[in-house]
Write a protein that binds this ligand. Structure first.
Ligand SMILES: [Ca+2]
Length: 197
């Protein structure tokens, strides 16, 4: 084989390797992940027993918990009852989704116990999904949806969407919501509200 043909063959190998790498990574995966974080208390409406708690001005019978972002959060007070006996209780939060994408959904929560550790979330008119069910109590922590890779994450288009937090159990608190196009992103502590990057 001549030197020219060897170089040509080597070039073809390099091109094939480059194209294979692109295919494996995928163009979508090369796009930077987008993350949107909003305060739960930015809810435009909340229906009792879903209560907006301000640490500085607590409501009757509510003792605020510390270390919430902006010292405000949504709470269904322990003892308020739960469905089906108490069906009401929701909060609506408007979101401006920055880009079309598949979003992993996170809530910064504070549960009172094993019968106070779930809440339902509805995006626009889509079927509600359950968030929580974990065994971390009496501390702010993040819980995600979906938990399993077998469950599809919500697909959202760029633009305005409404998230409805639905009462499912009493003794629950929601501090922040975070949506991210990165399934690997794990929020920690209080997240900065807004869109990043
Ligand atoms: Ca908050």
């Amino acid at each position: 084989m001549t030197a020219g043909r060897v170089i040509s063959s080597r070039m073809k190998q390099l091109v094939r390797s480059f194209l294979l790498t692109l295919a494996l990574c995928g163009w979508a995966g090369r796009l930077p992940a987008v993350t949107l974080c909003v305060e739960a208390e930015s809810a435009l409406t909340n229906e009792a027993p879903m209560t907006l708690v301000r640490a500085a001005v607590p409501g009757a019978g509510i003792k605020p918990v510390a270390e919430a972002s902006e010292a405000m959060y949504l709470e269904v007070p322990l003892g308020a009852g739960k469905p089906p006996k108490v069906k009401a209780g929701s909060a609506k939060i408007d979101l401006a989704i920055p880009v079309d994408g598949t979003y992993t959904f996170w809530l910064r929560t504070y549960w009172e116990g094993e019968c106070s550790n779930t809440i339902q979330v509805q995006i626009d008119a889509q079927p509600p999904f359950l968030v929580g069910g974990d065994a971390t109590y009496h501390v702010w922590h993040w819980v995600r949806f979906p938990v399993s890779k077998l469950t599809p994450a919500p697909k959202l288009t760029k633009g305005a969407h409404t998230v409805t937090i639905l009462h499912r159990e009493d003794g629950v608190r929601i501090d922040q919501l975070l949506l991210t196009t990165s399934p690997r992103y794990v929020p920690a502590g209080v997240e900065k509200a807004g869109v990043s990057p």
